[in-house]
Design a protein around this ligand. Structure first.
Ligand code: NAD
Ligand code: AKB
Length: 310
């Protein structure tokens, strides 16, 4: 049987850069093709320039490299999407349709498409949010993720498409910069702590959100994609939990390494987005179905973040 060949779409973003590094270890360097609308100075190869809205170019690349699996990461995140809701809907939905349709036609075999805790909304129970619960997202990003989940499940049930997804919490890593989300503060804070020993946070002190260290998120993604199909019982998207904390708690964790670190608060429009999201997540189904378990807590993540950014 021929080896799996993977295409990452949106490979130069916060998740894509780390995912590419790890998928290259699993499938081999030449079997992971990166693609994005922008090229980096130190771009790893093989790489193709691709706008996911250009369906013809997508087909050309898939054919050229004989791609079997697609990881679709190109999207506008919550804060950026609120500034350009029409385009966010177009990018987040049409990108997914292009890839789902290729799988429906049998051109590709497997899809990974990330969802988000943004699928939940202000009427959702906020603590230990269950897999199945009230979902009334009130951001354009959350609405697009919820619609994407419904479409993914529909394509699986109706056409047998092997599509898999995780509702990521806010992701935190040191190798790449975040791309316009509400949880981005939890990355910026480490850089500012090391540079200036202070940080002005755009969320209030008590805003607790679900978060996860990037290494855990990448491991969850690859574990889900490698799991036997019969174990993947949820084809909308799985809840996964890592760490829940608020700005005051991450600041306290940083102070264990930088005692004079100070934090101040200037909440902006992102506060309303954060207030509509859960504080913690029940990920029982991911643990039961494909063995998910996080490895990082807040202090362990802080130590690794500070050490590496330094
Ligand atoms: P990011 O913004 O850092 O990266 C997105 C990448 O997509 C960028 O490199 C960008 O250049 C590229 N891109 C944009 N438009 C494109 C287009 N038309 N065609 C091809 N590429 C395009 O985002 P990320 O944080 O890496 O997120 C990736 C996915 O994971 C998104 O679907 C996002 O909603 C989801 N997600 C991320 C987080 C998080 O905390 N980072 C949490 C939940 C879900
Ligand atoms: C964002 O803040 O938009 C993302 C997410 C939780 O989906 N980090």
């Amino acid at each position: 049987m021929a080896a799996d060949k993977v295409l990452i779409i949106g490979s130069n973003g916060q998740i894509g850069l780390e995912l590419a590094e790890n998928l290259r270890k699993v499938y081999g360097e030449n079997n992971v093709v990166c693609s994005d609308v922008r090229m980096l100075e130190n771009q790893i190869a093989p790489f193709e320039l691709l706008d996911i809205l250009d369906v013809q170019r997508l087909h050309e690349i898939v054919k050229k490299h004989q791609i079997t699996q697609v990881y679709l990461l190109a999207a506008l995140l919550s804060a950026t999407a609120e500034k350009n809701p029409k385009f966010a809907w177009e990018l987040n939905m049409n990108g997914l349709f292009h890839v789902l349709d290729m799988a429906k036609e049998g051109i590709i075999k497997k899809i990974y498409w990330p969802s988000s805790i943004a699928v939940f909304g202000p009427t959702t129970p906020r603590v230990h949010t269950p897999q199945y619960t009230i979902m009334e997202p009130n951001t354009i990003y959350g609405i697009s993720k919820q619609a994407g989940e419904r479409y993914s499940e529909y394509y699986h049930q109706k056409y047998g498409v092997d599509v898999r997804s995780i509702r990521y919490p806010g992701l935190i890593g040191w190798k790449s910069a975040p791309g316009g989300g509400t949880t981005d503060y939890a990355v910026h804070i480490y850089h500012e702590a090391l540079k200036h020993q202070k940080y002005e946070c755009f969320l209030s002190a008590e805003t607790t959100l679900p978060m996860m260290y990037m290494e855990d998120a990448i491991r969850a993604t690859i574990d889900l994609m490698e799991a036997p199909a019969e174990k993947v019982k949820i084809r909308s998207a799985y809840n996964v939990a890592g760490i829940s904390f608020n700005p005051e708690e991450i600041a306290a964790s940083i102070r264990k390494h930088i005692p004079n670190f100070s934090i101040s608060y200037q909440p902006d429009f992102r506060q309303a987005i954060a207030d509509s999201w859960p504080q913690s997540i029940d990920d029982t189904r991911a643990r039961e179905d494909w063995g998910w378990q996080p490895k990082y807590d807040l202090d362990k993540m802080t130590a690794v973040m500070l050490e590496n950014i330094k």
